[in-house]
Design a protein around this ligand. Structure first.
Ligand code: SAM
Ligand code: SF4
Length: 367
C-alpha cells in the first residue's frame, strides 16, 4: 500500500491504487506532488499560460442534468441568446486583445437552425480575425456530421466533459433517457477524436457519492482515451437543482478544492504534454483557486468575455465569480494573477496541445 509519495516511480505508468493515494494525499506528500507537477509543466511547455476567451452565448438548453443551474426545467432562469453581432464583437475583442483563441459555449441544442448558425459564426469569426483566432467549441453532444461540418468551417478544438466515468454515478446525475445516455456521450467523444479535433474532456470533483477510487478511474480513462486537453473542476451546488436538493456531497468545498488540485497535479505527471485548464469553478471556492491550479501544472485559463449584461443568467452553480465584471476588468486582473504565479501570458498564440501533434506524428510514422 502506498503511504508516501517517495514510494512511487513516476517513470512507470501509475496504478489505480497509486493515483487514488495521490488524489487523497495531504501535507508534505501533496506539497511535493504539486511542486513536481508545476515543474513538469514548465519543463515541457515553458512558462506560458494561454488564454481562451470564453463566450457563454446562450443559456437555452434541451437537457436536464441534475446538477446544472441552467438545466431546461429550471424555470427561475431568464433565458437569453446573444445576437450574432454581440458574439462577433466579443470575438473581435479577443482578437484585438491578443487572446489567441475563443471558446463558444452554450446550453445544448441540436436543431438545424442552431447548427447552421454556429457554422456561420465560425466562418465569420475566422473572417474578422484573418484566420488568426483559434476556435474551441463547447456545445455538447451532436451528430458526427454536425461535428464534421463545424470542423470543416474552422473550429479545431472541442470540449466535452465526460462528467464522471462511473456509469452508475452518471445515471444518478442525469435523467435516464436517450438524451442523457453515458454511451452517447462516450460515442460523441470518440467521433470528435476521429474527425481530428483536439479533443478535451474532464470531470466534476466531489459529487455526491463519488469516491476517490471513482476519481482515480477518471484519470485512468483520460490517459487511456489519449485525451489532448482537460478541464476538471469542483462540483458546486446550485440551489435550484434536484441534485443540490436531494443529495449532499460527502466533501466540504475545501476538500473538493484540495482534491481537484491533486487531480490536476497527478494528471500533469501522467500526461505531461496535454493542455490542462484552470477552471473557473475553482475560483468560486477560493479567490486564488485558478492561480493554485497553475502552480499545480495547469497551463490554460479561460477569461470570461461574455457581455456583462447576460453573465448573471449563466450561473451553473452558486457563487460563480466575475459575473459583474466587464471583459476589460477580467483581462487586466488575469494578467496580474498570472504574473503572480511567476508565469507569463502567451498572448497572440493558439497554445495548442503538444500531445495532439505528437500523436499525429506517430500515426504518420506508422503509415
Ligand atoms: N452544455 C454543454 C455541455 O454540457 O457539455 C456545455 C456547457 S456546460 C454548462 C459546461 C460544463 O459545466 C459541464 O460539462 C459541467 O461539467 C459544468 N457544470 C455544470 N453544472 C455544474 C456545477 N453545478 N458545478 C460544477 N460544474 C458544473
Ligand atoms: Fe445543459 Fe450542459 Fe447544463 Fe447539462 S451541463 S443542463 S447540457 S448546459
Amino acid at each position: 500500500m502506498t503511504t508516501n509519495i517517495n514510494q512511487i516511480d513516476f517513470k512507470k505508468s501509475l496504478s489505480g491504487e497509486e493515483i487514488a493515494f495521490l488524489i487523497g494525499c495531504s501535507g508534505a506528500n501533496s506539497k511535493a506532488l504539486r511542486e513536481m507537477a508545476g515543474q513538469k509543466a514548465i519543463e515541457l511547455r515553458g512558462s506560458k499560460v494561454w488564454f481562451r476567451g470564453l463566450i457563454e452565448f446562450s443559456n437555452v438548453c434541451i437537457k436536464d442534468c441534475f446538477y446544472c443551474g441552467i438545466r431546461k426545467s429550471n424555470t427561475k432562469v431568464p433565458r437569453y441568446n446573444l445576437d450574432d453581432e454581440a458574439i462577433i464583437q466579443a470575438a473581435r475583442y479577443a482578437f484585438e486583445n491578443r487572446y489567441g483563441s475563443v471558446v463558444l459555449q452554450s446550453g445544448e441544442r441540436i436543431d438545424n437552425k442552431f447548427i447552421d448558425r454556429i457554422d456561420q459564426l465560425i466562418k465569420k469569426i475566422k473572417e474578422i480575425s484573418d484566420n488568426k483566432i483559434g476556435i474551441t467549441l463547447s456545445l455538447g453532444e451532436q451528430t458526427k456530421e454536425t461535428y464534421q461540418k463545424w470542423f470543416n468551417s474552422g473550429a479545431h478544438r472541442y470540449l466535452l466533459r465526460i462528467e464522471t466515468t462511473s456509469k452508475e454515478l452518471y445515471q444518478k446525475l442525469h435523467p435516464v433517457n436517450k438524451l442523457h445516455s453515458f454511451e452517447r456521450r462516450l460515442e460523441a467523444l470518440k467521433a470528435l477524436k476521429e474527425i481530428g479535433y483536439q479533443t478535451g474532456s474532464g470531470v466534476m470533483v466531489g459529487l455526491p457519492s463519488q469516491t476517490i477510487s471513482d476519481l482515480a478511474n477518471d484519470l485512468l480513462f483520460l490517459k487511456e482515451f489519449d485525451i489532448d486537453m482537460v478541464g476538471m473542476g469542483p462540483y458546486i451546488e446550485h440551489e435550484d437543482t434536484p441534485l443540490a436538493k436531494s443529495s449532499q456531497s460527502a466533501y466540504t468545498q475545501e476538500e473538493r478544492l484540495h482534491m481537484t488540485l491533486n487531480m490536476i497535479a497527478t494528471l500533469r505527471l501522467m500526461m505531461p504534454d496535454i493542455n490542462i485548464a484552470a477552471s473557473t469553478a475553482l475560483q468560486a471556492i477560493d479567490p486564488m483557486g485558478r492561480e493554485k491550479a497553475i502552480k499545480c501544472g495547469a497551463n490554460i485559463i479561460m477569461p470570461n468575455i461574455t457581455p456583462a449584461t447576460e453573465r448573471k443568467n449563466y450561473q451553473l452553480y452558486n457563487n460563480k465569480p466575475c459575473i459583474d465584471e466587464s471583459a476589460d476588468d477580467c483581462l487586466s486582473c488575469l494578467q496580474m494573477r498570472i504574473a503572480f504565479t511567476g508565469r507569463e501570458t502567451g498572448l497572440g498564440e493558439w497554445g495548442d496541445s503538444l500531445h495532439f501533434f505528437k500523436k499525429q506524428k506517430n500515426e504518420q510514422l506508422k503509415r
